[in-house]
Design a protein around this ligand. Structure first.
Ligand SMILES: Nc1nc2c(ncn2[C@@H]2O[C@H](COP(=O)(O)OP(=O)(O)OP(=O)(O)O)[C@@H](O)[C@H]2O)c(=O)[nH]1
Ligand SMILES: [Mg+2]
Length: 471
């Protein structure tokens, strides 16, 4: 038997009713509480025909919604011909079961919806493995509910769970099949990930790496494409990107870094999903620096930034320097006055987030400053220094000329070192380190080689910059 819970949770093209329960401390958007769920549902392909919202101190244990609201929902389902009900909240298996008994249609929650989107987007083997594992782990305890979905899928009236559904024995067999499949999938994923972790470690040891992270739809892939040769899929959809991409980005002179585009974040992502995200975010977690992309034209930007920071903490990406990018600044001018009034102004952002940089991934506004900031990170503490390099080390001299600002050149000839060139340059610690593999030289009269703190602390091999073309 092939276990494919995707069929069970798939919502494509189905008339759907969205339901949200706003409890105390909920992070829903106040003005449009179901806005994000609507985007998610549409991204998954559902047709939203109705919405229902309830404010409650705490959810109802059995049906999440209060009794009266459940009746309202049942009536709506009938009137609007809905085939699926999508909850913004995370439901327990028994709540799903109880709601399905009442509504007589499929009920899924936000996590299942997100998983459904992931399932449709997953194109690489790694992403497919991650999605299937997350689905099985999430769905396995809901097998009963799943079987009622399958009852519908296979035609006929919805099966009342526990009445005409599969017997306990069948459920037990299915649970065992699920756990066996999980073991096999996890083993395969582990192999893929060991290889991936090795690649990431290699990249990190040899290059300065920069990860682009941010809320879904913030413009990460658009920025990535604008800065590099591109190739990342960018679209006005949630979770357009599921796998990381890595490309080189020239940040000025012959200094290039490796930039990675990553999967977007979203609020209230359940923990098992975060776990599968973790591997997807390997590049970002181990990056030397992070660019946090925020859609500054979205009213929810402050809450989204908070989510992004929480996820970064969760996955352990919290030691490297970060640059906050206020993206889509070109849109601000086109917004209606009322819409703009609900946004933070650039000045307000600056005040709360010193160092935030307004950019537009579409028009390229702010890119020069962004390059300069990243270059400063790459270079380390830039100072004016004098380098003495043997004339014979043509490659080294060339690299310095290309990567640094050179104020003066002098040719010198000393007995100990022979013919050399002295360059007065602006150069950072990391740039010096990056030059070490190319040959011996003096910095302000001292051998350049004494130990310096590298990018990858404890790494024996000094990391170096990517060479864009021949020096
Ligand atoms: N006006 C404007 N639109 C932008 C800008 N940057 C991105 N967009 C649009 O925002 C939408 C989402 O862009 P993506 O680059 O796919 O966003 P993402 O962060 O990669 O999204 P996910 O991969 O889904 O997490 C697209 O329709 C882009 O054209 C910008 O600076 N200005
Ligand atoms: Mg993307």
């Amino acid at each position: 038997m092939k276990i494919d819970p995707r069929d069970a949770a798939a919502v494509s093209a189905e008339p759907a009713i969205l339901v949200g329960v706003r409890t105390r401390g909920s992070r829903m958007d106040f003005e449009d509480p179901l806005g994000e769920l609507r985007d998610l549902a549409e991204t998954a392909g559902a047709r939203v025909v109705g919405e229902l919202l309830q404010n409650r101190e705490a959810p109802n244990g059995r049906t999440y919604l209060g009794k009266g609201k459940v009746e309202e929902l049942v009536a709506m389902v009938g009137e609007l011909g809905a085939r699926v009900v999508i909850f913004d909240n995370e439901l327990s298996p028994s709540q799903i079961q109880a709601l399905e008994e009442e509504a007589k249609v499929k009920v899924i929650d936000r996590s299942e919806l997100i998983l459904d989107i992931f399932a449709n987007r997953a194109t690489t083997r790694e992403a497919q493995l991650q999605v299937e594992i997350a689905q099985l782990e999430y769905t396995a305890p809901r097998l009963r509910a799943m079987w009622s979905h399958l009852g519908q899928v296979t035609g006929g009236a919805p099966v009342g769970v526990g009445t005409r559904g599969p017997g306990e024995q069948q459920l037990e067999i299915d649970r065992r099949l699920v756990s066996r499949r999980l073991v096999a999938l996890k083993r395969e994923l582990e192999e893929v990930q060991v290889r991936k972790a090795r690649e990431v470690a290699e990249r990190r040891a040899e290059h300065f790496t920069v990860g682009i992270v941010g809320y879904t739809n913030a413009g990460k892939s658009t920025l990535f494409n604008a800065l590099t040769r591109g190739g990342a899929y960018a679209a006005d959809k949630l979770f357009a990107t599921l796998m990381t991409r890595v490309e080189r980005w020239n940040v000025g002179g012959a200094n290039a870094v490796l930039l990675s585009d990553t999967v977007g974040f979203i609020r209230d992502l359940p923990h098992h999903l975060v776990a599968s995200f973790r591997a997807t975010l390997e590049d970002a977690i181990h990056a030397h620096a992070l660019l946090i992309v925020l859609d500054a034209s979205d009213r929810e930007a402050p809450a989204q930034l908070q989510t992004v920071r929480e996820v970064l903490d969760d996955v352990g990406a919290n030691t490297q320097p970060r640059i906050l990018l206020l993206n889509k600044c070109d849109r601000l001018a086109t917004l209606h006055h009322d819409e703009r009034a609900s946004l933070r102004t650039a000045a307000e952002w600056q005040e709360r987030e010193p160092g935030a940089l307004a950019i537009s991934a579409l028009t390229g506004e702010g890119f020069d400053e962004l390059r300069a900031r990243v270059l400063a990170l790459v270079a380390g503490g830039v100072e004016r220094r004098t380098l003495r390099i043997p004339i014979a080390s043509a490659r080294l001299i060339d690299a310095v000329e290309k990567r640094c600002i050179v104020h003066e050149r002098r040719y010198v000839d000393d007995e100990q070192h022979g013919q050399a060139v002295e360059l007065d340059v602006e150069i950072g610690d990391r740039q010096i380190e990056a030059l070490l593999p190319m040959g011996e030289f003096l910095v302000d009269g001292n051998d350049a080689r004494p130990k310096r703190a590298g990018w990858g602390s404890g790494k024996r091999k000094p990391p170096h910059l990517v060479d864009d073309g021949e020096p």
